[in-house]
Design a protein around this ligand. Sequence first.
Ligand code: 5GP
Length: 112
Amino acid sequence: MSLFTKIINREIPAQIVFEDEKCLAFRDINPQAPTHILLIPKKEIASLNELTEQDAGLMGHLMIVIPKIAKQEGIDERGYRVAINTNAHAGQTVPHIHLHILGGRPMQWPPG
Ligand code: 5GP
C-alpha cells in the first residue's frame, strides 16, 4: 500500500482540501510554494508509465478538478503550475501518481 493510499484511508493524517469518489487533494508536507497541493487518484497507479486506456476518464477527471482547487485556494487568476514527476530523473519519490499544484508566487522556467 502506498503512503498516499494510507492518507486516503486516514491512516496517516493530512490537511485535506478536496475529496470526491475518484480523487483526494491535500497540502504537501514540505511545500515548495505558498500553495502546494498534491492531487491524487484514489486508484493506486505507480506513475504515468503505468496508465492504461481504462484510466483515461480518471485522468481527465483530475484535470477538471485542478481549476476547482486553484479557485478554492485563490490562485486561479494569478496562475499556478501543475507538475507530475515521473521516475528518478524527475525526482519522483512516492510511487502513486500525484499532481503537484503550485501557486502563490511567480514560477521559474526552465524548472531545473
Ligand atoms: P514527488 O517527489 O514524488 O514528486 O512528490 C512527493 C511529494 O510528497 C513531496 O513533495 C513530499 O513533500 C510529499 N510528501 C511526502 N510524504 C508526505 C506525507 O506524509 N504527507 C504529505 N502531505 N506530503 C508528503
